[in-house]
Design a protein around this ligand. Sequence first.
Ligand SMILES: Nc1ncnc2c1ncn2[C@@H]1O[C@H](COP(=O)(O)OP(=O)(O)O)[C@@H](O)[C@H]1O
Ligand SMILES: [Mg+2]
Length: 349
Amino acid sequence: MTRNSPDPQPLLEMENVSVDFPVKGPYPFSKKCWIQAVTDVSLEVSEGETFGIVGESGCGKTTLANAMIGMVRPTAGTVRFQGVDLYALNPKAFKEARREMQMIFQDPFSSLNPRFSVYEIIREPLYIRGQASETVMKGKVLELLKLVGLDEEDMYRYPSDFSGGQRQRIGIARSIILNPRFLVCDEPVSALDVSVHAQILNLLMDIQKSRHLTYVFVSHNLAVVKNICQNMVVMYLGMIMESGSSDAIFANPLHPYTKALLSAVLDIDVTKPRDRILLKGDTPSPIDPPAGCRFWQRCPSAMKGCRTVPAKLVEVEPDHQVACHLISGFSAQQVADSLHEPVSPKSGG
Ligand SMILES: Nc1ncnc2c1ncn2[C@@H]1O[C@H](COP(=O)(O)OP(=O)(O)O)[C@@H](O)[C@H]1O
Ligand SMILES: [Mg+2]
């Protein structure tokens, strides 16, 4: 991704990453199918920034985030952390790199083991490494409990004694006990009451500042992404539709999908007036995604060529890339094929 002040070495870099999951076919003897959860994604995350991933449910956000931190091995492409190919590391070095990369999960109700006390939950990553004494671990857990706004007495309670917001605080404490540099926050507030969203987000921002962390923030809440992310990608059906600085994208959304997403958010201040854009139909299956532009079947401005010609990310202004034929146009041959005839989003779907 191009930036105004290019980072000589981004903290995390993905190059043409794809993740396919094998699934059984619909019938007993049908062939194995592949879910194309993430396709050909390239991006860079700089040290100290908050990088947003947005898109509707099922578009591949969690899979992409997992591939970043070594939890899902990509089917193709490269993930480099601090300049080193993560998936080419030997097991010992891989384990060491994984210590630097942690995740805060979406659902604090299922991500915390109900049979473990808060102390056991928070200390577990340290305990597994087996290098710290009980006293050291206790001291560390106490320090973190304080940091996330919980009390010393909470240490021996169990997850069921806590509200969703408090449980997420426990999850946050656990995720930073190994002093990571890179933290993926996968929709960290979407399972919580709206009343605690701001508290948890503020806590995350404070921790980022005090511990010099780099965040990847996965969300479908564009208002939050606008507020906290410096750079972002908009995903649809496993691919990046638009990417760049959040300022550029929110000031001048160019992809029809980004425009539709933004038009649906009421509490967001974008500089240009906008009409509500309602997308027709459902997201197609990632088992058999459409050829050409992945979005064409739902695109209100689709042209004939969009059905067959894949849209590539092109830079439209500094810090702003879009994958859309409406912006980049077709080549002479592609134009001859498509003749820019509008296509009904419903046809051929
Ligand atoms: N372990 C898995 N096995 C098979 N399919 C998966 C697996 N994880 C995710 N998927 C599929 O990959 C697609 C992307 O999922 P996910 O990354 O969870 O999307 P999001 O986080 O944007 O909701 C979905 O179609 C989902 O069903
Ligand atoms: Mg997800």
